[in-house]
Design a protein around this ligand. Structure first.
Ligand code: SDX
Length: 385
C-alpha cells in the first residue's frame, strides 16, 4: 500500500525518480557501470563508425537496420518534408536575432508553429508520419535560427544532400567537405537516443495522454533546454573560455572542485564510467581542432578531464557527451548558443521513436506525491486572516 500522507522526510523515495522503471523498450540501452551505449543492441562505437543519421532513425523507429530500399524510402520521405512554411521563417526572422532570447525558445516555438500548418497533426494514426516530418524539419529550423542570429537570411534546404550535409549547407552557407559532413552525421547519431533521459521521459508523458506528436516533441525540447540536461554543452564551452589557457586549467578546476561546483560536461545519472559518446567525440576533436587551429580548447579540456578524473573519478564522475561536443562544434564554426538546438536536432529521432513505441502499448503516466502538508484544515474567511 503506498503511503501518501506523512511528515516531511518520513517516507524515503528516490528523488528525481532515480532508478524508477518507466516502461520496457527495445530502442536503446545504457550500461552505466561499463560505460556502454547500444542502439537496439548495436554498440554506439560501431554505429558511429558505419551508420548515418537517417539509418539510425530507421533503426530506432522500426527496431531493425533498413534494407537499401527501405533506407532510400525513408531518405526520400525525410527530404520531401525538409521545407517549412513561410510563416515559420518569418517568425524566426522576426525573433531569433534578439540575443536575449535563447535559440531553444525559438526552436520550441517554431516546432509548435508547424502543427497548425499540418492538416494531419491531430491524427493519432499519423503519429509515425508526423515523427518523420518533425525529425526532418528540426534541422531546417535550427539552421535558420543560426543564420538569423548572425544577421543572415535563412537558406532553403536542398534535396540531393544527406540530412547532416544539408544541415551544414543551410547553416554555414556552402557545401562542406566529406570530413565535416561525416562529423555532423556522427554528432547527430551520438545525440539520437539515450534511454529514459529527462527530455525523452517528458515526451513520453505528453504522448501517453494521447496528445499529438507535435505537443510531445515540444515537451522534449522544453526539457532539453535546461543546463542540467541539454544545456550543459554551452556551459562547458563557456568554462573553457573562462579558463583561457592550458596553464590556468589545473588551478581553475582544483578551485572549482574545492568549492563543490558542478562542472558542466561531467557526471551522469546513469554513467558511473566514461560516457562512450564523449570518447568518440574526443577522438574527432583531435582532427577538427587541428584543422581549425583551436587545439588550445582541446588542451584545456584534456587537462580538466585529467584533474576531474583524478579527483572525482572514484565517485563515478567522468566526462559526459556535453564535455567535448562544444569543442567539436565550435571548431566546426558553430556558435555556442546553437549547441543545444543541434542536440535537439539529433535527439528528436529518439523522442519520436519512443513516442511511437509508447503509443503501441500505452498507459497514461500518473505517479504519486507523498503529501506532507496540513490535514483536516478549514477555510478561514479573508477578513479573519
Ligand atoms: C545529459 O540522462 C541522460 O542520459 C542525459 C544525457 C542524454 O543523452 O540525454 O546523457 C545528456 O544531460 C548529460 C548531462 C549534462 N549535464 C551536465 O553536464 C551538468 C553537470 N552534471 C551534473 O549536474 C550531474 O552530474 C547530473 C545532473 C548530470 C546528474 O545528476 P545526479 O545524478 O542527480 O547527481 P547528483 O547531482 O545527485 O550528484 C551526485 C554527487 C554529488 O556529490 P555529493 O553531494 O554526493 O558529495 O556527485 C556530485 C554531486 O555534487 N556531482 C558532481 C557533478 N555531478 C555530480 N560534482 C562536480 N561536478 C559535476 N558535474
Amino acid at each position: 500500500m503506498t503511503i501518501i500522507v506523512a511528515k516531511p522526510g518520513e517516507v524515503q523515495f528516490p528523488k528525481g525518480m532515480e532508478g524508477v522503471i518507466a516502461r520496457e523498450t527495445t530502442k536503446g540501452y545504457v550500461d552505466g557501470q561499463k560505460g556502454k551505449l547500444y542502439y537496439h543492441g548495436i554498440p554506439i562505437e560501431e554505429i558511429a563508425e558505419h551508420s548515418t543519421y537517417e539509418e539510425v532513425f530507421f533503426l530506432l523507429m522500426y527496431d531493425k537496420l533498413p534494407t537499401k530500399d527501405e533506407l532510400s524510402i525513408l531518405e526520400m520521405r525525410m527530404r520531401q518534408y525538409r521545407e517549412i512554411p513561410d510563416a515559420v521563417y518569418d517568425f524566426i526572422k522576426s525573433r531569433a536575432g534578439g540575443y536575449n532570447v535563447h535559440p531553444m525558445s525559438i526552436l520550441r516555438t517554431a516546432v509548435s508553429m508547424l502543427a497548425p500548418f499540418d492538416d494531419a497533426s491531430e491524427e493519432q494514426a499519423a503519429a509515425e508520419r508526423e515523427a518523420i516530418k518533425i525529425t526532418s524539419r528540426m534541422a531546417t529550423i535550427t539552421a535558420a535560427i543560426g543564420r538569423v542570429r548572425r544577421g543572415l537570411e535563412p537558406i532553403h534546404p536542398r534535396y540531393e544532400l544527406s540530412h547532416a550535409a544539408n544541415f551544414l549547407y543551410m547553416y554555414l552557407g556552402e557545401d562542406q567537405d566529406d570530413f565535416m559532413n561525416r562529423l555532423m552525421d556522427v554528432l547527430l547519431i551520438l545525440h539520437a537516443d539515450h534511454g529514459c533521459n529527462a527530455s525523452t521521459f517528458a515526451t513520453l508523458v505528453v504522448i501517453s495522454t494521447l496528445a499529438d506528436m507535435y505537443s510531445a516533441i515540444v515537451g522534449g525540447i522544453s526539457a532539453l533546454k535546461g543546463p542540467l540536461h541539454g544545456g550543459a554543452n554551452e556551459r562547458a564551452m563557456a568554462m573553457l573560455d573562462e579558463i583561457g589557457s592550458e596553464k590556468d586549467a589545473e588551478p581553475w578546476i582544483l578551485n572549482a572542485i574545492a568549492k563543490k561546483k558542478k562542472i558542466m560536461g561531467f557526471g551522469h545519472r546513469v554513467y558511473k564510467a566514461y560516457d562512450p559518446r564523449a570518447r568518440i567525440l574526443h577522438s574527432y576533436a583531435e582532427e577538427i581542432t587541428k584543422r581549425a587551429g583551436t587545439e588550445r580548447w582541446l588542451n584545456i579540456a584534456s587537462t580538466i578531464e585529467r584533474v576531474m578524473i583524478a579527483k572525482l573519478g572514484a565517485k563515478g564522475i567522468f566526462p559526459n557527451v556535453d564535455f567535448y561536443s562544444g569543442t567539436v562544434m565550435s571548431s566546426m564554426g558553430i556558435e555556442r548558443r546553437l549547441f543545444t538546438p543541434i542536440f535537439a536536432t539529433g535527439r528528436v529521432a529518439g523522442w519520436a521513436a519512443h513516442a511511437v513505441e509508447q503509443l503501441k502499448d500505452n498507459r497514461i503516466y500518473r505517479p504519486r506525491f507523498i503529501y506532507v502538508g496540513p490535514v483536516d484544515a478549514s477555510y478561514t474567511p479573508i477578513d479573519e486572516r
